[in-house]
Each structure stands twice: as structure tokens, then as C-alpha cells.
Design a protein around this ligand. Structure first.
Ligand SMILES: [Zn+2]
Ligand SMILES: [Zn+2]
Length: 82
């Protein structure tokens, strides 16, 4: 019997982060604030993805965090009609 190489490849792919914009696996990723979509910060800015500074409170301290949204949640956060 042939070894199940194809199946092994598919299962290991599931753990690899891929940029949804350029489909590359290298580099560091930014995650959508609302879902588990990953992309490069550079690709996101080129694609016009929304990024914003958010003031959050943690342990009584104000912290500022850069958050970003995927194309789906960009619309979601801009047009809160539904
Ligand atoms: Zn990318
Ligand atoms: Zn999202």
C-alpha cells in the first residue's frame, strides 16, 4: 500500500497560517479583531483594510491597542445596520 502522504499534507496544512490576501505563509501575521482571519499588516494596508487604535482598560490602566478587521468585518463595523 502507498503511504497516505496526501492525507498527512492536508492535516498539517490546517495548522499553518496563510495570509488571505497574498496567500503566503511566511512573515508575521495580524489577526482580525472579530474572527480568526490572518493576514500581513503590509498586505492589509495595501488592500485598504481598516486599522484603528482602540483604547481599552486593563487592570484600571488605559492601554492603546492597534486592531484591524478583515474585509468582511470592516463592513460589519462600518455599517451596523443589520
Ligand atoms: Zn500577505
Ligand atoms: Zn473578520
Amino acid at each position: 500500500m502507498e503511504p497516505a502522504v496526501g492525507i498527512l499534507n492536508i492535516s498539517s496544512q490546517a495548522f499553518v497560517k496563510v495570509c488571505v490576501i497574498c496567500n503566503q505563509m511566511h512573515g508575521s501575521f495580524t489577526q482580525c479583531f472579530k474572527c480568526s482571519t490572518y493576514y500581513h499588516a503590509m498586505c492589509a494596508s495595501k488592500a485598504g483594510y481598516r486599522m484603528e487604535l482602540r483604547c481599552l482598560e486593563k487592570n484600571g490602566k488605559q492601554i492603546t491597542k492597534m486592531v484591524s478587521y478583515c474585509s468582511y468585518h470592516w463592513y460589519d463595523s462600518t455599517f451596523q445596520v443589520y
